[in-house]
Design a protein around this ligand. Structure first.
Ligand SMILES: [Zn+2]
Length: 338
């Protein structure tokens, strides 16, 4: 009854009050990409979640098999499809952020992230996407990154995707970058976990399954004890390794990117439940890993809100509080994220 009375009169309420009433609680997405869509490319549809991960007869070219699975939805009952252009991707992602009240650590090449930030200055937390290729071909060396971070424009160093190039996070070639981030106190997000199924047979020949293990981070953490680091994709599926690392290195956080919407739901819940049961509910952060599928943001949030093994407080920790603590947001900054 009260509901009916409120809704009858609600059109008289000031707009600001109405939007405050309907706005969901804030979410920090620690893993959002500012991407491009190739002109004329067919929509690619990612399983949300996949039902089957990789069905392949090796007499065929896996690149074609995978492409086919993403255009025909053959491996999923529910899929999210990419929009038709880079502009629509940016616009639809920002709409999804506003609708779900999301603040996103948004990574990509420098200029693209700047453009997204210009369009949604209140939503985009700029982050630098990096791998060795971007040092070689885009000049993102330690020196140039140091200037970028010192300017204060970019807040996070990630996604670091050197796993795709066959490098472990503790590799000595990457160490100068970690030293720089530690010195400047810039949080670092490193891809440790799942790429696309069958990654070495796509265009990333050096990708290796053994680099899914969060143990690849261990020596780096020991060498840089003041570094703020999160293992993106929560090291899935290396659950025991992940728990051992969280237990051993209390500064380490994880995000749930990709696995929150892409892998079968029971597997996500099994993995997440175990991490929480093991005592790490305060160090798990939400991440969507939206690349070219703006629907991934809402799908990922829903998986967390629908998890009945989590209390409301645990859900709020994952969706907001843990990231706010990790990023060392001030009271004032949090107040500006209503
Ligand atoms: Zn990743």
């Amino acid at each position: 009854m009260l509901k009916r009375i409120v809704s009858t009169f609600s059109f008289w309420l000031p707009v600001s009050l109405l939007s405050a009433q309907t706005r969901p609680l804030p979410v920090i997405d620690m893993h959002l990409h500012a991407e491009h869509i190739k002109k004329g490319a067919a929509p690619l549809c990612i399983g949300a979640p996949f039902r089957d991960l990789g069905i392949h007869d090796p007499k065929n070219d896996y690149r074609e098999v995978f492409q086919d699975a993403l255009t025909t939805n053959a491996w999923a009952d529910h899929s999210l499809c990419s929009p038709g252009s880079s502009d629509s991707l940016r616009i639809l992602t920002i709409i999804a952020m506003r609708k779900n009240n999301v603040y996103g650590v948004t990574s990509g090449d420098i200029e693209t992230v700047r453009n997204w930030k210009k369009e949604a200055p209140d939503r985009v937390i700029p982050s630098v996407y990096w791998d060795f290729n971007s040092a070689l071909n885009r000049g993102l060396t330690v020196d140039s990154l140091e200037k970028i971070f010192q300017s204060g424009e970019f807040k996070v160093f990630g996604e670091i995707s050197i796993q795709y190039e066959g490098y472990a996070a503790s590799d000595s070639a990457f160490d100068p970058y970690l030293s720089m981030a530690e010195r400047l106190d810039i949080p670092v997000g490193i891809h440790i976990g799942c790429g696309p199924p069958g990654a070495p047979y796509l265009n990333t020949r050096n990708y290796r399954a053994k680099l899914h293990s969060p143990f690849v981070l261990e020596e780096a953490l020991i060498r840089h004890p003041r570094l703020r680091v999160y293992a993106m994709h929560a090291g899935w599926p290396m659950l025991d390794d992940m728990i051992a690392m969280l237990y051993t290195h209390p500064q380490l956080y994880v995000d749930l990117a990709g696995i929150c919407f892409m892998i079968p739901k029971n597997e996500l819940y099994f993995y997440l439940h175990r991490l929480v049961n093991a005592g790490f509910g305060k160090r798990i952060m939400f991440g969507s890993d939206n690349m070219i599928w703006p629907g991934a943001i809402e799908a990922g949030i829903q998986r967390i809100t629908e998890a009945d093994f989590l209390t409301n407080d645990q859900k709020r920790d994952i969706l907001f509080n843990n990231a706010a603590r990790f990023l060392r947001l001030t009271e004032e900054q949090i107040k500006q994220m209503p």
